[in-house]
Design a protein around this ligand. Structure first.
Ligand code: FNR
Length: 380
């Protein structure tokens, strides 16, 4: 388990005369496009509306530059972080990405094996293709992401199952109380949930199964429609968070926070951590770039508040910029889904290894020995 230092990863590639894997987020995406049908590829790659927010996420990193510090003495480095009791050998985790069965048959099981092998924790999605207990059986370092479906009994059941299965935190996603307007999927007429993909938590849940006349194995179409009907929950409010607290003693994070007032309110409600995120531009098109929101949120909350971010992390420099601007760690989204599409477990491991190597070399050359040494002075 673990990750090699960047120069070792780099030397291995040079000494082998190159690598069969793509290198760089754009190259992974291009390879994934070759191996996937249009529906699944667009489902992963696409965003809401005119995809302005998707672009803004990337541009926000481009607008900021690193200010490398010289002669610091960075021969020894430690990239690891600990966030709310989970350790990662690199300052990133794997974001919750649902319906991974549409990109690879091994889906979350491959991701769990890659997570276990590298030590980089995964956040399992509520909309995953694999029951949470089956993922837990592979024992990756893990958190569980909760979609609080418009069905309180099911939400409670999922949270209790996750705690029983050894997940270390509940990440409640609050930006997707219904699906955003996604033109690529609308043009393709493609919604994987309609084929019953992404409902493994439902189809393995006693509370849900009790409501079906026939089990999903006999009537998948009806089961899928019932699950889809339960998805939307736009009535959820701050007052509901108290119930989540009653269901679990695990740390609780709120994913999808983009405003200072919401960040403060979440912490006032006893939330243990925030994930600043716009869901990779898949929900509210035209919304603020996640990195810009991170800088604002970090300003508004106590210095010791746990703040993670995602949406737009593509390179080692992106990770370093986000951490320097106050993220305790970041979440990697689409890039590892492309790794999965291209090469299953090994593809996910290759994406993780490459990103960690790039973070390591960026730290070394930018003059920081640990991620804790990064501060806003590193960013112009
Ligand atoms: C997601 N994301 C997501 N988030 C979540 O909380 N639960 C989920 O089930 C999913 N599912 C999902 C599917 C796909 C195909 C994508 C691309 C994304 C959002 C994810 O956790 C993360 O916020 C974004 O992926 C970050 O944006 P980038 O960096 O991938 O552009």
């Amino acid at each position: 388990m673990g990750l090699d230092p960047g120069n070792i990863v780099q030397n291995q590639i040079y000494l082998s005369g190159g690598t069969a894997w793509p290198v760089g987020a754009g190259a992974w995406e291009a390879r994934a496009r070759e191996v996937l049908a249009q529906g699944p590829f667009d489902y992963v790659a696409g965003g809401a509306g005119a995809e302005e927010t998707m672009r803004a996420n990337l541009e926000a990193f481009g607008r900021r530059a690193l200010r490398p510090k010289m002669l610091v003495g960075t021969a020894e480095r430690d990239l690891s972080v600990e966030v709310l009791g989970v350790r990662s050998p690199a300052p990133f985790l794997l974001a919750p990405v649902g319906v991974l069965s549409i990109v690879h048959a091994d889906a979350e099981l491959a991701v769990a094996r890659a997570s276990k092998a590298t030590g980089v924790p995964m956040v399992l999605s509520s909309a995953a293709s694999t029951p949470l207990e089956d993922v837990a059986a592979l024992d990756p370092p893990r958190w569980f992401q909760l979609y609080w479906w418009g069905d309180p009994e099911l939400a409670e059941s999922l949270v209790r199952r996750a705690e029983a299965a050894g997940y270390g935190a509940i990440v409640l996603t609050v930006d997707t109380l219904t699906l955003g307007w996604r033109p690529r999927d609308l043009r393709n007429g493609y919604l994987p949930f309609l084929q019953g993909e992404g409902f493994a938590q439902f189809f393995s849940d006693p509370a849900f199964l009790a409501r079906l006349e026939k089990p999903p194995a006999e009537d998948r179409a009806t089961a899928s429609l019932m699950a889809l009907a339960a998805f939307s929950n736009l009535g959820l409010t701050w007052d509901d968070l108290a119930r989540l607290r009653e269901w679990t003693s695990l740390p609780m994070l709120l994913k999808g926070v983009l405003r200072q007032d919401d960040a403060k309110r979440a912490l006032d409600h006893g939330v243990d951590g925030l994930v600043v995120s716009n869901h990779g531009g898949r929900q509210v098109d035209g919304s603020i770039a996640a990195l810009d929101a991170l800088a604002e949120v970090r300003e508004a909350v106590r210095p010791d508040a746990v703040v993670l971010m995602d949406s737009g992390i593509r390179t080692g420099a992106d990770v370093v910029k986000a951490v320097a601007l106050g993220a305790d760690a970041v979440l990697l989204g689409r890039p590892y889904a492309y790794g999965l599409a291209v090469g299953g477990q090994e593809g996910v491991e290759a994406v993780i290894t490459q990103l960690a190597a790039e973070v390591d070399l960026t730290l070394a050359l930018a003059g920081a020995r640990t991620v804790a040494e990064l501060d806003a002075s590193f960013v112009a």
